[in-house]
Design a protein around this ligand. Structure first.
Ligand code: HGY
Ligand code: MN
Ligand code: MN
Length: 415
């Protein structure tokens, strides 16, 4: 797999869902761009004689080998993006998985056990609000009823977008896998400072999303004296500053970047403001302390402003420690570093159900969830070779076809 080979496959999806004005991506679950990416996935699978299985939750699985044999190794990631997101977060793991299948076939490897490529739905939670929705449904971490009722900003429910009630937990499908390895663009600069194009993840920070609803009194922007207002925007603004201050105090990460104002008019004091807190830290207790501190300060300010406050946890992810033995096996095979991440992933959900690992591919800007997110083709090709080595190693000894004598699988040379 050369960088040109990677680029040829990658270029097939680059334009899909791209905002030409900004270079950002608008790939929301079941939106037109994501449906085109699903069609691309199915076409790639068909071109490789890989039957595609849908799990009834919006997730797709392309199989190399008998889907019912068991003992399969799963790889893949997600297609969806945050609004104006980067093009690599998610799709790199899916494109690299198909490319890794090509590499193994070119080496004459016939895996002793099946390999499946997954495309998980709604990993970002950008449309229906709950991240890793597809993998949470597959594993039973969220009920079909809860997922079905989630709605987007236009009031379209997840069930309506899916076209059916989600199937929910699929233990018999999950039980057919013995490991999951997700390749993902790095979301940070650790590799940029190291002489390695890939790394293995060892953990995911605990994190979550909390909805803060501020309710006040709608009134005229011009005729209402400042002393007579109950302005929820004021309480929200104070809360944003408090979140930033508390995160710095606790060495955590807090972001309030999504807000919904009603009626959102220039000359009307809002009746309500809803803001979402994304809180993350290395320790679960720190996340809890951060959210409680922000809630308490918001409540105190609400009393002063005469507004009401309601705080609801929308999704909470405990700390994830990836399978240490699998991680060490991959780190040794690839001769690469181990890295923690504060970003959530479907691998973080599946880690509770089967041995799971992540491979990170160097991102020279370190930026993610923005158009500046990137990776160079040489590093992406190195990531594909590394994933191929991992898949070959995990699916048992390579049985080369008669045409070639047994070849040791050389670890990927750093690009
Ligand atoms: O938000 C996250 O950490 C992930 O990108 N969904
Ligand atoms: Mn992401
Ligand atoms: Mn991702």
């Amino acid at each position: 797999m050369s960088s040109d080979d990677f680029r040829a496959l990658w270029d097939q999806i680059v334009p899909i869902g791209r905002d030409e004005r900004t270079g950002g991506y608008l790939r929301y679950a079941f939106s037109e761009p994501e449906l085109r990416l699903r069609d691309w996935f199915t076409a790639q699978a068909r071109a490789r004689d890989m039957p595609v299985e849908a799990d009834g939750n919006g997730n797709l699985f392309a199989w190399w080998g008998d889907p019912l044999a068991g003992g399969a190794v799963l790889t893949g990631s997600h297609f969806d993006s945050v609004p104006q997101g980067g093009g690599y977060d998610g799709p790199l793991g899916i494109v690299s998985a198909f490319a890794a299948v090509d590499v193994l076939r070119a080496r004459g490897v016939v895996p002793a056990r099946p390999i499946a490529v997954a495309a998980f739905v709604e990993e970002e939670g950008a449309r229906f609000g709950v991240p890793c929705l597809g993998s949470r449904l597959l594993t039973g971490a969220i009920t079909p009823a809860h997922a079905a009722a989630l709605t987007d900003r236009d009031g379209v429910s997840f069930a309506a977008a899916l076209g059916a009630e989600p199937a929910g937990a699929r233990p018999e499908l999950l039980g057919r896998f013995t490991a999951f390895v997700e390749l993902h663009v790095e979301q940070g600069l650790a590799l940029a400072d190291l002489d390695s194009p890939v790394a293995v993840a060892n953990l995911i920070w605990p994190h979550g999303r909390w909805r803060f609803e501020f309710t006040g009194e709608a009134n005229h922007a011009g005729t209402t004296p400042m002393t007579a207002r109950r302005d929820p925007m004021l309480t929200f603004a104070f809360t944003v500053l408090a979140a930033n201050k508390e995160a710095r105090r606790l060495g955590a990460h807090a972001t309030m970047a999504r807000v919904r104002v009603a009626p959102n008019a220039t000359n009307a004091i809002p009746s309500s403001v809803v803001g979402w807190l994304d809180a993350r830290a290395a320790e679960e207790a720190t996340v809890t302390e951060l959210v409680e501190a922000v809630r308490a300060k918001a409540a105190e300010r609400a009393r002063r402003d005469g507004t009401l406050l309601a705080v609801t946890a929308e999704s909470v992810t405990p700390p994830v420690g990836f399978d240490a033995a699998l991680g060490e096996r991959l780190r040794t095979l690839l001769r690469c570093p181990l890295l923690p991440t504060a970003a959530g992933h479907d691998a973080g959900v599946l880690a509770a159900h089967l041995p799971t690992a992540m491979l990170f591919v160097r991102n020279p800007t370190g930026v993610s969830h923005a158009p500046a997110e990137g990776a160079n083709d040489e590093d992406c090709a190195a990531g594909v070779r590394a994933l191929a080595d991992v898949l070959a190693g995990l699916t048992g000894p390579a049985q080369p076809t008669a045409a070639r004598p047994a070849q040791p699988i050389a670890p990927a040379e750093p690009a």
